[in-house]
Design a protein around this ligand. Sequence first.
Ligand code: FAD
Length: 307
Amino acid sequence: MRNVIIIGSGCAGNTAAIYAARANLKPLVVIGHEPGGQLSITTLVENFPGFPEGIEGPELVENMKKQAEVFGAEYVHGTVEETDLSKRPFRLKIDGEWHETMTLIIASGASARWLGLPSEQKLIGRGVSSCATCDGAFYRERKVMVIGGGDSAMEEANFLTRFASEVTLVHRREQFRASKIMLDRARGNPKIKFLPSTVVEEVHDLAKNEVTGVRLRNLESGKVWDQEVEGFFVAIGHIPNTKPFKGQIDLDHDGYIVSHGGARTNIKGVFHAGDVQDRAYRQAITAAGAGCMAAIEAERFLEAEGH
Ligand SMILES: Cc1cc2nc3c(=O)[nH]c(=O)nc-3n(C[C@H](O)[C@H](O)[C@H](O)COP(=O)(O)OP(=O)(O)OC[C@H]3O[C@@H](n4cnc5c(N)ncnc54)[C@H](O)[C@@H]3O)c2cc1C
């Protein structure tokens, strides 16, 4: 029986582990399919406080893990497949084996949706990104492309015009899903060029291990051509990793955990941290802050029960 199990080894899970371990709760962290979370697939992180020169994403999350281990956090490889949160102790099935815990911190993140092209996947962190706030500043006076037709694509495109010399917005349909106000703002921005009814067939250049351009196809005319860009931003949404909690805790229509204030879910003793609940900020520092909140709440919850 554990005091606290933390699901996820990204910024939120690792920070929760540091706080829970320092509170002597001996947390168990379930690493999941992506050890270190989303930062493990990026390169330089320039906006995490405390690193004036920036720090490589994998190094940052590895440091957090080491820091948690110093205080006694235990990490286990595996994925939570199923949960029973109907009564306490809560039960979690990790790689086929059931574990029990008095409190639970869910820090399982939200994975970016990608186009799924092999070249795109190989160039993530090398010009391919899912986060303009994170990576936009690397593209000063460069040409970039944004993929998507919803509000987040418009927001990313508008944001990127602060840095980029030109932003091409590619969408596979003629009509955009984005709200009128967001679409109008993007249309009114002279740096944004629209390419509707167009799909990306390939991201170049795998041989150079960086983005140099893309191959595009217009779905109406069939025309295929190459376009030079250095940044390729995919803004087609995120999928919160909440499958094992479906039907157990309150999720919104997109599957994000619904917060009941602070780090609380609708179930007493189950707390949320990071991108799994946060559709607004999605940053390493906000996820880390949320991990801190969840661990403090778990600690207070256990203390109130006399543990
Ligand atoms: C390419 C890229 C670059 C980025 N760059 C920056 C940047 O420069 N600055 C910045 O502030 N932010 C950046 N971000 C955003 C930042 O990475 C996220 O906001 C942050 O990682 C969220 O942390 P998290 O712990 O909530 O979730 P995640 O990092 O997504 O971690 C989720 C964890 O949960 C685990 N997990 C999921 N499901 C299960 C399960 N069923 N069982 C067990 N474990 C599970 C995963 O294995 C993973 O370890 C970037 C994101 C991407 C994709």
